[in-house]
Design a binder for this molecule. Sequence first.
Ligand code: FES
Length: 138
Amino acid sequence: MTNWNAEAAQKIVQGKANLPGALLPVLHALQAEFGYINPDFVPEIAKALNLSRADVHGVLSFYHDFRDKPPSERVIKICRAEACQAMGASKLEDHIKRSDVTLEPVYCLGNCACGPAVMIDDKTYGRVTPEKLEELLS
Ligand code: FES
C-alpha cells in the first residue's frame, strides 16, 4: 500500500476508464493501491468516467468495503452472518465503533459454532464478548 497520490490515482482511473462498468474496478484498484479512496478525488473519478459525483458517492456509500480514510493498523472483522448476529455480534460492533480501529464487515468466518466470531489482524476468535474484545485489543 502506498500513500495517496493524485497523479498515481489518475493513472489508475485512466487505465480502467474504458472498461464496461468501470466504476467498481476503478474503486477497487484505488483501494488496493492506497488502502482507501480519498473523498477529495471523487470529482476526478466522476469526470473521467462520465458520471455524476452523486453516482460515485452512491456506490462508495453502498459498499461498506470502501474506506474513505487510510486504515488504522489494527483491522477487526466482526462476522455479520446470521449465526453470529444471533449470538450478539452487533453488540460488539457498537462497542468497537468507539475505539480507534478499522472495522470491516465480514459474512462468516467459518467459526459459526463459536459465535460471535471476530478476526483481529488475520486471527479468528470465538465467543467474543465486549470485555474479551477489549482484552484482545490491549
Ligand atoms: S456465521 Fe459467523 S462465523 Fe459463520
